[in-house]
Ligand binder design. Structure first.
Ligand SMILES: Cc1cc2nc3c(=O)[nH]c(=O)nc-3n(C[C@H](O)[C@H](O)[C@H](O)COP(=O)(O)OP(=O)(O)OC[C@H]3O[C@@H](n4cnc5c(N)ncnc54)[C@H](O)[C@@H]3O)c2cc1C
Length: 365
């Protein structure tokens, strides 16, 4: 009996499913990149080019038996996938795991690690030459970027602008208070509740002085800016409707067993799904466990019974450099606001690189 599982997208969710099923099935992992990108490390990769290579894990070492095809999927149907070259991959099971795209530098634009590292080195040089930095977007990505820049350049003027009036809505007030206190101590300025009337005249990530006006009429001059807002779901390859309809946000509708609605052998994980939760790597990896269990059950001729239920409370780990930051984690007594030492220990120190070195078999013993 044929047992091919095609996993489309090798991010947090896809790489985890592919690895988990490598001994159970004929796994084919499809991704245009040559490496898994640990997006949590992207911002440090910009601030510290000597560290940047840590955010990339070549796919070569992920699977012992399975195949990795370095291509982009352009269409999918219940029996397989069509790739950009026109090549067809037939499969008994499909796992859709193409995630989402963030504005550079939060996720790289280039598919090759060498080109992505070149882009980071270039942006670092431009940043080094700029005294005043503007970050558009005060969500976790914009604030983490500000923290990474501050740790490398203690004297730069850093301003973060956002139209929203409050930081991190939905999290505990103590967390927000601590965040404001730490940003103040780091000398990171916030301009909340007012958006620029027009984007800066220079391209993002390039050195060049500009002045912009915000909605409240005030002016702001800086020498470089970065976009830290806007996420788009990578579901274009499903737009032909050959496999599934998409929600208004371009997401894939899934059941609690993470099967794509209307299909027994097609699953989806990660940012691509329409699950009602924040889009996070941690959740994508939990989805991967559920999907791997369900496909393994089906391969044994059993029913897929593992289910995924989104967490009731939001969680976050938001480092400000290697030592600072704020966090909120679930606990039996409800959401727990954690110290910057905990944030640093769980995320800030290595940005999860140790965990992915284990997954990719590159950890030093
Ligand atoms: C700076 C930053 C920090 C973050 N920190 C955290 C954190 O601390 N904790 C947390 O839980 N989350 C964090 N996140 C969120 C996390 O990165 C996302 O939720 C996660 O990337 C989603 O994983 P995924 O597996 O769905 O897809 P992705 O990681 O987006 O991977 C998708 C993969 O699919 C590939 N792909 C795309 N289109 C195609 C196609 N047509 N054919 C084939 N392959 C394709 C891509 O090349 C990519 O490799 C952070 C994000 C950023 C940007």
């Amino acid at each position: 009996m044929s047992r091919t599982v095609a996993v489309i997208g090798g991010g947090y969710g896809g790489s985890s499913v592919a690895k988990a099923l490598d001994t159970e099935a004929e796994v084919v992992l499809i991704d245009p990149r040559d490496a898994f990108v640990n997006a949590a490390g992207s911002l440090r990769a910009l601030a510290r080019p000597d560290w940047a290579g840590n955010a990339f894990f070549p796919f070569d070492t992920l699977l012992a038996r399975g195949e990795v095809i370095r291509e982009r999927a352009v269409s999918a149907d219940p029996r397989g996938v069509t790739l950009a070259s026109g090549r067809r991959v037939d499969a008994d099971y499909l796992v859709l795991a193409t995630g989402s795209s963030y504005a550079y530098p939060a996720k790289p634009e280039a598919d090759s690690t060498a080109e992505a590292l070149d882009a980071l080195r270039l942006s670092h040089k431009e940043l080094d030459a700029s005294a005043r930095v503007l970050i558009l977007g005060a969500g976790p990505v914009g604030l983490e970027l500000a923290g990474e820049i501050r740790e490398v350049w203690p004297d730069k003027e850093i301003t973060v602008v956002d139209p929203a009036p409050r930081l991190l809505p939905g999290f505990r007030p103590e967390l927000r208070e601590d965040l404001h206190r730490q940003l103040d101590e780091l000398g990171i300025r916030l301009r909340l509740g007012s958006a620029p009337i027009a984007p800066p005249a220079t391209p993002p990530g390039r050195s060049g002085t500009f002045t912009l006006t915000t909605g409240d009429g005030s002016e702001l001059t800086a020498d470089i800016w970065f976009r830290a807002h806007g996420v788009s779901v990578n579901s274009g390859f499903l737009a032909d409707g050959g496999l599934t309809g998409l929600t208004a946000r371009g997401q894939v509708p899934v059941t609690e067993t993470l099967q794509v609605r209307g299909h027994e052998h097609v699953y989806a994980v990660g940012d691509l799904t329409d699950l009602d939760e924040a889009k996070m790597a941690g959740y994508a990896m939990q989805h991967a466990e559920v999907v791997a269990r369900n496909i393994a059950a089906q391969l044994r001729g059993e029913r897929p019974t593992a289910v995924y239920r989104p967490a009731a409370e939001p969680m976050i780990l938001l480092p400000l450099g290697t030592r600072g930051g704020v966090g909120q984690l679930p606990s039996p007594d409800g959401p727990d606001v954690v110290t910057s030492d905990t944030v640093s220990a769980y995320k800030g120190t290595d940005l999860f690189t140790g965990r992915f070195a284990e997954l990719f078999g590159t950890a030093r013993s």
